[in-house]
Design a protein around this ligand. Structure first.
Ligand code: NI
Length: 152
């Protein structure tokens, strides 16, 4: 377990497309464990592997509110419903927050660290976090869709 360096905008790695995970091995488990440590250390609710410079389709999410934590490997948004405006930020864009539109409800299909496929339904902040992290895997950042920035 270790805290890894979080890549910050405008680091170009953040704009790259992450690759599908095909090896469900010790290195993947180590990466996920390090991602949890890094996310908790930074006080975030989600982290994608690309944010620590690893171009693998893997994310971790822990909203606290929901009382559960999730690791999603090769996640896909398979359903979304509704829309709401929320405030958002990102550990890779420190000191910036703004309004974005996110679905009210989503279903995500993903694999766990052993390769087992599962689906999870989410609303509210959890749905928001899933969408935010999955966008990281294709080089997206929330600032691409901000409708209005919030002054601190
Ligand atoms: Ni982010």
């Amino acid at each position: 377990m270790a805290i890894r360096l979080i890549r910050k905008e405008p680091d170009e790695v953040l704009r790259k497309t992450s690759r599908e995970v095909t090896a469900f091995d010790d290195r993947l488990a180590q990466l996920l464990d390090d991602m949890y440590d890094t996310m908790y250390d930074a006080g975030g609710v989600g982290l994608a592997a690309v944010q620590v410079g690893i171009l693998k389709r893997a994310v971790v999410v822990d909203t606290r509110e929901e009382g559960e934590r999730y690791e999603l490997v090769n996640p896909k948004l398979v359903y979304k419903k509704g829309e709401r405006e929320v405030t958002e930020g990102c550990l890779s864009v420190p000191g910036v927050s703004g309004y974005v539109k996110r679905p009210e409800k989503v279903i995500v299909r993903a694999q766990d660290r052993t390769g087992e496929t599962f689906e999870v339904e989410a609303t509210g902040l959890l749905a928001q976090a899933f969408c935010h992290e999955i966008e990281h895997l294709d080089g997206g950042l929330f600032i691409d869709k901000v409708t209005e920035y919030i002054d601190d």
